[in-house]
Design a protein around this ligand. Structure first.
Ligand code: ZN
Length: 369
């Protein structure tokens, strides 16, 4: 057979193959759609939607509902196929929950947002307290206590060795759907401010401008004796020059504060620099460590936000840490509504107005802003 015809046949085969794949995908999608419509949805949602389709006849509404249906069913498929190892076990998202959250967002114009470690699990950073997948459930190591860090040089060496190894992976984490969603809300002037308990900088990476890092940031290192500070990326270079023998591989699983687990042998001989300004030995990330207190001015700023907001939306926090729980209590004391989206119980379940358990990547695509 001449070469030209051979090539033509090959191209035709490739085209047929892709056509087959596209048709198969469409069939599967429609199958999922039909199945979900009759079987997986709560009864009330099905009835409402059927009424919408048949009686209301609002074309735009129907398209919106159809889009939601497709997303709902794709979500179920994705849960089955790609369960993230850091997202706690959860039920498929309910359409009624998505509608409740959408109403909450639409009803309010000055929402104060509080985010915790649960918002970053879909970016590949574990949280602290979730069952089976959180740091406390999967590891015996605990975050360094502030008093240990400042009083014990060995703790500081161990801390920085682990932080040095974990940094390339931790700093390469990217924002997920939830961070981007909040950026869109900010662009629509719906948000007074985002307060985050996380130190991972993912809200800023997503482009949000009004972010208060309640527990500080892992992206700046400062001296506890003088006013010297340095960008964490630059500090990595300093550590790297001091420790050329230390090899960083990509096999470590990183923790919410950028920490990784190392054996004493791996830590042995690790060197940490002195402060170049005061020669002191207390360089520390600008993070509020466990056992340390949030600066008073920051607490006051949070109180000011509570005063000017018209509602509070908590995303991905068990509110176990009092600094976050206090924001909920203060908002409720001011008679303002509070909605919580978190997989698993929270400390404030009894006092909040709305509690939804859902994965952000599944519920947020259902919200029409
Ligand atoms: Zn200093």
């Amino acid at each position: 057979m001449p070469n030209g015809i051979k090539h033509f046949c090959n191209i035709q085969k490739i085209f047929q193959y892709f056509l087959f794949r596209v048709q198969k995908r469409r069939r599967r999608l429609m199958g999922l759609y039909d199945e979900g419509f009759s079987r997986n949805l709560p009864h009330s949602s099905t009835v409402t939607m059927t009424n919408n389709f048949q009686v209301v006849g609002n074309f735009k509404l129907n398209i919106m509902m159809f889009k939601r249906e497709i997303i709902l069913n794709l979500n179920k498929y994705m849960i089955f196929k790609f369960q993230s190892s850091f997202v706690p076990k959860h039920e498929p998202v309910q359409l009624s929950d998505a509608i409740t959250l959408e109403h909450f967002i639409k009803e309010h114009k000055r929402i104060l947002v509080l985010t915790g470690a649960g918002i970053s699990t879909e970016s590949g950073i574990p949280d602290y307290r979730s069952a089976n997948v959180g740091l406390y459930a999967t590891s015996k190591s605990r975050p360094v206590i502030y008093q240990q860090f400042i009083s014990n040089p060995e703790v500081r060496v161990r801390y920085w060795a682990r932080n040095y190894i974990g940094w390339p992976r931790f700093s390469s984490m990217l924002p997920n759907y939830a961070h981007t969603f909040l950026k869109k809300l900010e662009d629509k002037n719906k948000i007074v401010h985002i307060i985050t308990q996380n130190v991972d900088n993912l809200h800023t990476k997503a482009g949000s401008k009004n972010v208060l890092e309640l527990h500080g940031t892992a992206y700046v290192v400062h001296c506890l004796i003088c006013d010297y500070f340095i960008n964490r990326h630059q500090f990595q270079n300093v550590l790297s020059k001091l420790n050329p023998q230390v090899f960083i591989s990509d096999i470590y699983s990183v923790k919410p504060d950028g920490d990784v687990e190392l054996t004493p042998e791996q830590i042995g001989g690790f060197k940490i620099p002195k402060c170049p300004k005061c020669e002191g030995n207390l360089l520390i990330p600008r993070i509020v460590f466990f056992g340390d207190n949030i600066p008073k001015e920051r607490v006051q700023t949070v109180n000011d936000f509570v005063e000017v907001c018209d509602s509070l939306l908590v995303m991905g926090s068990s509110l176990f840490v009092y600094s976050g729980y206090r924001i909920v209590l203060n908002t409720k004391s001011a008679n303002k509504p509070v909605a919580v989206v978190n997989i698993g119980p929270t400390r404030a379940d009894d006092c909040v107005d709305i509690k939804i358990e859902a994965k952000f990547g599944e519920i947020l695509p259902l919200i029409n802003l």
